[in-house]
Design a protein around this ligand. Structure first.
Ligand SMILES: Nc1nc2c(c(=O)[nH]1)N[C@H]1C(S)=C(S)[C@@H](COP(=O)(O)OP(=O)(O)OC[C@H]3O[C@@H](n4cnc5c(N)ncnc54)[C@H](O)[C@@H]3O)O[C@H]1N2
Ligand code: MOO
Ligand code: MG
Length: 623
């Protein structure tokens, strides 16, 4: 069938009641509107497209398609829309599709048309079948002979409303499509958001990708994956002087503008010569015709039997490919002699570009600049480097029992240590920070603090108040301000965690509500917040776990991840060996301070026997 014989009709006249009574098709989706996506899919398949809509007609007209309202009053459903479409259809066939199915098949018209032609039918509609399920009809996706309008009008006049009810007396055929997802229709705003890959992901979207997601029993790796999928890099670049780039995250790939080194040069102080002059078993004598200093090309071109005195780094004279170190020759006036086989042709010569070739990638974006990188960048002659702007992280502690250092400690109170461990860990990551002090267990004070943090920072870290205590208002307030979830993670310590993104006055920030216990807060930071913050900074720096032999037995329950404070040292055989520090209670900071590593006992792992290999995270050098 020639596609010019078909008019496409987008059915957009519904109430959108499950979407909060909005005009569904006009809802933003992937950079335009949902209906626009449907129209874009339809246009290549048909001669022309029109729309059936009952509200916001001006907005619909902007879609550059004719718009027709129902003629049957009172939002009578898609059949009323089909009737309006058929009334204005000037082609022999009409292809109807709903406005909320932006993924409709690209071969919908061709396949339905082939079916009506084969069967000499009045109507064809789509059917899908999932494995092991009964076929599912999609009667709103139908190709209808325009001349059958009177049958439909009569059905409507008699009060009929069923999409698959009106064509009982007509010849209708089903067409089976393989891809059920192509007929997916979007009913709620949440669903629309979840499917819109141009919008920042929602937690619902991210968690829907996990099998058996249970916020109350979440494995560590699932929590890490959700966090990884949810946080997004802050895209903001600045140029800094080379030295200031130390510890910062490179924002772009660095391509070498030059060959390093720029010339073939000598690796030794000695004599540059032509490899052809070297004889396999006979000593040679060469005449020295001049000297090449580093930084001062000699311009000399030795002939056969000649050589040039050269310093380390000096540019190789033309025709020379080898250098004999001065210790290996006998010099006599202006000639040198060297024994057979002292060097081979090509020895002690450094090639132009052997370190880096012009145009090659010297460093990748996302790298955290280390001292060697500073040197490398300097070797390329770069005075400035493009880096990600520093991440701004606001943090505060929650709890009426907390006193800040410098204040007197009243009965029942403790000094706030979490703000100091958090400060230390953020500082090591290279973040800018805003220390917001201690916030009382008071809903208004918490809301004010979270809003202020959100408006001034990229990320917020709080500690305390995420478990189940009666004064833990933190969760309630966090939930109110945004897309935040509360987890019980299968780990020890650090079981409760709040995570998400909150909004205030048009600004948003990622939120990590870490548990209050002083060791739990550090473990949660290292194993969840750290990677997320690095990701926001555009950096890629996975936690470096090493293997070490356990010099002790460790009790461990399978089914949760345990982080034990450990001391790593060199065993009697020179291999790394780890033992556990004293008490592992999640309030005991002293053993954390004594430790130089964490022993990571994974989910599935059970008791550790002396001599078993275990994973270890070393604190020193940890970003
Ligand atoms: N019935 C239950 N109780 C608790 C559970 C549970 O599942 N059921 N989980 C326990 C676990 S695990 C942890 S961890 C804590 C986490 O509690 P919160 O995040 O609500 O923290 P708080 O109750 O505010 O404080 C816990 C503890 O830590 C001390 N703390 C808090 N902030 C600081 C700070 N900045 N500096 C020093 N010490 C701090 C606080 O005084 C408490 O002793 O909940 C368990 N309970
Ligand atoms: O996180 Mo809690 O520290 O497991 O006691
Ligand atoms: Mg609590």
């Amino acid at each position: 069938m020639d596609k010019k014989l078909i008019t496409g009709l987008v059915l957009a006249g519904g109430r959108g009641s499950r979407m909060g009574n909005v005009d569904k098709g006009l809802q933003p989706f992937r950079g335009s509107t949902m209906a626009q996506h449907v129209i874009d899919r339809l246009v290549p398949q048909v001669g022309s497209v029109m729309v059936n809509a009952n509200r916001n007609l001006e907005a619909w007209l902007e879609l550059a398609a004719p718009v027709w309202a129902d003629e049957t009053a009172g939002f009578a459903g898609p059949l009323a829309g089909l009737e309006a479409g058929l009334r204005h259809c000037v082609t022999p066939w009409l292809l109807a599709v709903p406005c909320d199915s932006p993924f409709l098949p690209q071969d919908l018209a061709v396949r339905l048309a082939a079916a009506v032609e084969d069967a000499d039918a009045d109507l064809a509609f789509a059917v899908t079948q999932e494995p092991g399920m009964r076929p599912q009809a999609h009667p709103v996706f139908c190709l209808v002979k325009a001349s059958r309008l009177p049958v439909l009008s009569q059905y409507l006049a008699e009060g009929g409303r069923r999409m698959d009810g009106w064509y009982k007396g007509l010849k209708a055929v089903e067409v089976l499509f393989d891809d059920a997802d192509a007929f997916r229709n979007i009913n709620t705003l949440e669903e629309l958001h979840v499917l819109d890959d141009t919008l920042p992901p929602t937690l619902a979207k991210v968690t829907s990708c996990l099998d058996g997601y249970d916020p109350d029993a979440l494995p560590v790796r699932d929590a890490q994956r959700i966090i990884r999928d949810f946080v997004q890099p802050v895209r903001s670049i600045e140029k800094v002087a080379l030295r200031a780039a130390l510890g910062r995250v490179l924002a772009v790939d660095v391509i070498s503008p030059i060959d390093v080194p720029a010339h073939d040069n000598s690796a030794m102080d000695g004599f540059a010569l032509r490899g052809d002059d070297l004889l396999v078993d006979t000593p040679v004598t060469l005449r020295v015709i001049g000297t090449a200093f580093a930084g001062n090309p000699s311009g000399l071109v030795p002939q056969s039997g000649e050589c040039v005195r050269i310093m380390t780094g000096g540019v190789m004279p033309l025709g020379c490919d080898s250098v004999v170190p001065q210790e290996f020759v006998k010099q006599d006036g202006d000639s040198i002699s060297l024994g057979a086989g002292v060097i081979r042709p090509g020895d002690n010569r450094r090639f132009a570009g052997e370190d880096l070739k012009a145009g090659s990638e010297a460093l990748k974006a996302g790298r955290i600049v280390r001292p060697a990188d500073l040197g490398l960048l300097a070797s390329l002659g770069m005075p400035e480097v493009a880096v990600q702007r520093r991440l701004r992280v606001a943090f505060f502690s929650t709890g009426d029992e907390l006193r800040s250092v410098g204040e007197p400690l009243i009965e029942g109170c403790v000094y706030d240590s979490n703000r100091y461990t958090i400060y230390g860990m953020l500082q090591r990551l290279g973040c800018d920070f805003i220390d917001m002090g201690v916030v009382r267990d008071d809903p208004q004070a918490l809301e004010d603090a979270l809003r202020s943090a959100c408006e001034n920072a990229d990320a917020i870290i709080t500690s305390g108040g995420v478990s189940v205590g009666a004064a833990d208002y933190t969760k309630q307030v966090m939930g109110k301000l945004g897309d935040v979830t509360f987890w019980k993670i299968g780990m020890r310590p650090g079981r409760p965690l709040a995570f998400g993104r909150i909004k205030s006055n048009g600004r948003s920030a990622f939120l990590f509500g870490l548990p209050g216990n002083p060791v739990a807060v550090m473990v949660s930071f290292y194993f969840f917040a750290r990677e997320a913050l690095l990701r926001m900074m555009g950096a890629d720096a996975p936690l470096p776990l090493l293997r070490a032999r356990s010099s002790v037995a460790i009790r461990k329950k399978p089914g949760r991840t345990e982080y034990q404070r450990g001391i790593l040292s060199q065993g009697a055989d020179g291999q790394p060996e780890v033992r556990i520090t004293g008490s592992q209670g999640s309030g005991i900071l002293r053993s954390m301070s004594e430790a130089n590593c964490m022993v990571v006992l994974h989910d599935e792992q059970g008791n550790v026997v002396t001599g078993d290999m275990v994973d270890v995270l070393i604190f020193e050098g940890l970003m």
